[in-house]
Design a binder for this molecule. Structure first.
Ligand code: ADP
Ligand code: MG
Length: 475
């Protein structure tokens, strides 16, 4: 039996010598061999972009490298498997291949990307590029960021535990590692452990196998700050969960800081013991939300600064307008646009980014593109156009829509326009409030929520909004 992971590891090690480092890290991270069936080898990639990129640029290099190890392979098939995005997928090869840093000399490395602090106690390596100061703060992550700052300034003394949740790609890991880095910057003698439920479980199992549970407990209890990422993966591992519960209690009682990230709030971690989720609720709970346009733009500017490149602001605006749900994806589009431009010795343009988006965003519409004949981009682009379209549909003048009148049909038109502005242009509540007669952001939020909940029951309203989207060229 060939070990697919080992094969892939060898192949990638060889491939990494022939393609640029940054490209290698961007496109081959979290890829796997899914299957080898005689002459056919199937590679799995975690994101659709990776498929296009590898196909277009590295297919030949990759196949040639594969054949050095597996001469029988003549056909290569690349497939997207988004579950590979999960950091803990057991199919992944050693992610050290993708580290920008050389492994720290002298220290024993028990597992991938980890360092052992003492026997049975390991921490994942904190990425020094994740700091609290290069984390861009907007209304959707302000509280989480502020809480991390507070906790870093006085670990164990302010919010304990600190629990951060939100969907994938919204900055949780960045915040957790940023907090870890900040705590160590202030006091390098602090014992900070950054780990995942899986590594914690592995430490526990190792100790159990070596009959060293007592030492395990003692060691974990010496920790000053315990940071656990992706706690949702503790579900279904009952014994590990129980050990975690005791460790948590011991640390908490000793006034040590615990920081946790999860993809959902404690209440929704249904498979975990209520005793444990109850503890999570004793401290501070913050969420991170999808960023609005301004935050996305600021993040892009930050990343451009980090990569030291010069890019037309229009290009950044265009990316911010068209990537909606995840900052990881936002960064991915930027990096791909840069990488593509580099190959052609140029810089990204709106047109080149449009091509990236088209591949990436298969079913989405693109707004604000360069060529109006492209399908999809005849859609609305500006707030004026949006207000104009909604006013026309409801036959209310646009002055009235942004004016003070509380008359019912005007108020409804206004609420629909606000809702569409959030949904289609992803403007911030502050900005929407401002556009609609200097109202405050809570008014905007109530208006938008009102429409959101009415759509569920009101068929007429739903029809109106669908019609509007059509009129605006969005469907
Ligand atoms: P999560 O852990 O929530 O899935 P990550 O922390 O891994 O998300 O974030 C994905 C990427 O987006 C990282 O490269 C991170 O640096 C970046 N990112 C997320 N939020 C921000 C932010 N507010 N400012 C700067 N970069 C961010
Ligand atoms: Mg994460």
């Amino acid at each position: 039996m060939i070990d697919l992971k080992e094969q892939w590891s060898n192949i990638l090690a060889r491939l990494s010598a022939v393609i640029p480092r940054s490209q290698f890290i961007t496109w081959f991270k979290k890829t796997v061999i899914m299957e080898i069936d005689k002459e056919l080898l199937i590679v799995g990639v975690p994101i659709p972009m990776g498929l296009d990129w590898i196909n277009n640029h590295y297919r030949d290099d990759l196949l040639k490298t594969i054949q050095e190890f597996l001469p029988q392979v003549t056909a290569l098939n690349i497939q997207v498997d988004t579950t590979l995005n999960n950091d803990e997928d057991p199919r992944h090869i050693n992610q050290d291949h993708f580290s920008n840093k050389s492994p720290s000399a002298g220290r024993k490395k028990p597992r991938e990307g980890e360092i052992q602090l003492s026997e049975g106690l390991s921490t994942k390596i904190l990425d020094s590029s994740y700091t609290l100061s290069n984390f861009v703060v907007g209304s959707e992550n302000r509280l989480a960021h502020a809480a991390c700052m507070a906790v870093s300034g006085a670990p164990g003394k302010t919010y304990n535990p600190l629990f951060i949740y939100g969907s994938t790609g919204l900055g949780k890991t960045h915040l957790l590692q940023g907090a870890g880095n900040e705590i160590l910057r202030r006091d390098p003698n602090k014992l900070v452990i950054y780990t995942t439920s899986e590594s914690f479980g592995n430490d526990y199992i190792d100790s159990l196998a070596k009959r060293k549970m007592q030492q395990f407990n003692n060691r974990y209890r010496k920790v000053d700050v315990l940071i656990i990422d992706d706690i949702q993966f503790l579900s279904g591992k009952n014994k590990t969960e129980e050990v975690f519960f005791h460790t948590f209690n011991a640390l908490y009682d000793a006034g040590k800081q615990v920081i946790i990230a999860s993809d959902r709030p404690p209440k929704e971690l249904n498979e975990l013991d209520k005793r444990l989720t109850g503890r999570f609720e004793m401290g501070m709970i913050c969420d991170v939300q999808t960023p609005d346009y301004e935050t996305k733009l600021a993040i892009l500017q930050e990343k451009v600064k980090k990569h030291q490149i010069i890019i037309d602001p229009k290009v950044l605006e265009f990316i911010a307008l068209n990537v909606h749900h995840s900052i990881r994806e936002l960064e991915g589009v930027l990096l791909q646009a840069i990488a593509e431009a580099e190959l052609e010795h140029s810089t990204p343009t709106v047109r080149s980014v449009e091509n990236v988006l088209r591949k990436h965003n298969r079913f989405g519409e693109i707004v604000g593109g360069s060529d109006p004949s492209h399908q999809g981009i005849r859609g609305i682009r500006t707030e004026e156009e949006l207000i104009e379209a909604v006013s026309r549909h409801y036959d209310v003048s646009s002055d009235k829509v942004v004016g003070p009148s509380r008359k019912q049909e005007i108020a409804l038109t206004r609420q629909v326009a606000m809702y569409m502005m959030k949904r289609e242009l992803n403007y911030s509540l502050e900005r929407i409030g401002e556009i609609f007669g200097g109202r405050n952001h809570t008014t905007a939020m109530h208006s938008i929520n009102n429409i959101k909940s009415r759509i569920k029951t009101d068929v007429g309203l739903r029809r109106d909004i669908n019609a509007l989207r059509k009129e605006m060229g969005l469907v």
